[in-house]
Design a protein around this ligand. Structure first.
Ligand SMILES: Nc1ncnc2c1ncn2[C@@H]1O[C@H](COP(=O)(O)OP(=O)(O)OP(=O)(O)O)[C@@H](O)[C@H]1O
Ligand SMILES: [Mg+2]
Length: 165
């Protein structure tokens, strides 16, 4: 990890979809251009559910009706042009190399947007201070998920006051 990038972790229990949506909405509130949100976890862990709620909440705040937010499993990337930022939603599951991944234009997307990336283990090393990792795991009950958040340095001030920080 380069100098100047420090991380700190939080772990929370999400008791159902509405907790996940609430977390996504809070983080979307604090998010800004240049942020890289890496969403990891097994199939069905809740990455797209989080991303969808994030995008909807951000749209709602901007007074924009976003409409459907499909999983980018096959399109690989979807972009939502909101007034204050473009939101890029990537799903790298079907990609095999870091090179292929970078052809999707993630660096460019970070210039004027916020990137939400599912299956970030396919990404090359992108250690930036505006990175936030969320790792979803299944809990003991059907709708429970545990999420571990690793906050980059840029998030340290912004996370203060978030319910789940
Ligand atoms: N607390 C929860 N948070 C998120 N999803 C939940 C929760 N409880 C139940 N679910 C359900 O789990 C499923 C999560 O699916 P989702 O598509 O978000 O997973 P994913 O991690 O994106 O999977 P994939 O790797 O296939 O893209 C949904 O059907 C959702 O309703
Ligand atoms: Mg998904």
């Amino acid at each position: 990890m380069p100098a100047g990038v420090t991380r700190s972790d939080t772990e929370v229990l999400l008791k159902g979809v509405s907790d996940t949506e609430r977390l996504a909405s809070q983080i979307s509130d604090a998010a800004r251009v240049g942020d890289l949100l890496c969403l990891s976890g097994d199939l069905g862990a809740g990455k797209t559910t989080f991303a969808r709620a994030f995008i909807w909440a951000r749209g709602q705040r901007a007074g924009v009706e976003v409409g459907e937010v499909p999983s980018p499993t096959f399109t690989l990337a979807q972009v939502y042009e909101l007034p204050d930022a473009s939101i890029w939603h990537f799903d790298l599951f079907r990609l095999e190399s870091a090179e292929e991944t970078m052809e999707l234009g993630i660096w460019d997307a970070l210039q004027d947007g916020i990137c939400l990336v599912e299956w970030p283990d396919r990404l090359p090393q992108i250690e930036i201070a505006a990175r936030l990792d969320l790792s979803f795991e299944f809990g003991d009950l059907q709708d429970e998920r545990r999420v571990r958040m690793a906050w980059g340095e840029d998030w340290q001030e912004r996370r203060v006051g978030l319910e789940y920080s």
